[in-house]
Design a protein around this ligand. Structure first.
Ligand code: HEC
Length: 249
């Protein structure tokens, strides 16, 4: 899989918006020439360099956008780039096919939205874990080379801001069990992310939840049962609804 799966117009819009942001909220009025003359630090082009041919710009590139195109970009940016239908064609990138988009569209919501069919047992998860995870996360998820996956704070307290020595684990900190499926599927094992089929991910998720005392050893998980697991830290987070201002650091 390569890195250029963005729809053409999206990639172009993102690039153009970067340039737009650099120009400030208002479109450039052609003042860059004046600024260059005023700025003593700007090197004055020599005879030789000014006679070099100018690179050819695609007609849609920023600086050559007309007012309607600038307005379309500004609106798309305000809308969080969700609606890009009216944007001009910048002449680079390629349109992503539905299959390519689907391959990246694998996020799982807290309520289980997006979970694929399949299932896996704690028992099978333990076998898979021994084969593919144990060397980095320890036999019982206690951590070895890399982070611990198991462990609860007594009483399921949440003292992480008071004492940073408490281990942050799936069982002590994660508010949603579905995140575990999402994370393992997209990121683990570290050397082969994305390689595990859904049944294996359900099984590994089940085993890690069992290590955290949230499932029994005879249990299995699927798209129905996983979202029903209530994580100990579920109510420990608040939605951040701040919209800027001095309190946002
Ligand atoms: C080569 C070492 C390695 C292997 C093998 C590996 N992991 Fe990881 N794992 C990591 C590292 C490193 C991180 C932390 C990544 C980060 O924070 O960006 C991590 C993070 C995680 C986390 C998130 C922990 C947290 O609290 O943030 C989970 C869950 C996890 N791994 C599960 C697995 C599972 C399941 C397997 C086996 C299929 C596996 N890992 C195999 C190295 C590994």
């Amino acid at each position: 899989m390569g890195g250029s799966f963005l729809p053409a117009s999206y990639a172009a819009a993102a690039a153009a918006l970067l340039l737009l942001s650099a120009c400030g909220p208002e479109p450039s009025t052609g003042s860059s020439v004046v600024a260059a003359e005023d700025d003593a630090a700007t090197p004055v082009p020599s005879e030789a360099s000014s006679s070099l041919p100018r690179p050819e710009l695609h007609p849609g590139m920023p600086g050559l956008l007309n007012d309607a195109e600038l307005e379309a970009l500004r609106q798309a940016r305000e809308g969080g780039l969700r609606d890009i239908a009216g944007l001009p064609d910048f002449g680079f990138g390629e349109t992503a096919s539905p299959e390519r988009i689907a391959a990246w569209d694998i996020d799982i919501g807290p309520d289980g939205e997006g979970l694929p069919p399949g299932s896996g047992s704690v028992e099978r998860g333990e076998t898979l874990y021994r084969l593919q995870c144990v060397q980095c996360h320890g036999a019982r998820g206690e951590g070895s080379q890399f982070e611990a996956l198991a462990g609860r704070v007594p009483g399921d307290r949440f003292p992480f801001s008071e004492d940073r020595r408490y281990p942050i684990t799936v069982g002590s900190y994660w508010p949603y069990a579905t995140t575990l499926f999402d994370y393992i599927r997209r990121a683990m094992p570290q050397a082969a992310p994305g390689s595990l089929p859904p049944d294996d991910v359900y099984a590994l998720t089940a085993f890690i939840l069992q290590l955290n005392g949230l499932l029994e050893s005879g249990d299995s998980l699927d798209a129905e049962s996983l979202p029903r697991i209530r994580m100990p830290a579920r109510d420990r987070f608040v939605r951040d609804d701040r919209r800027g201002g001095p309190e946002v650091r």
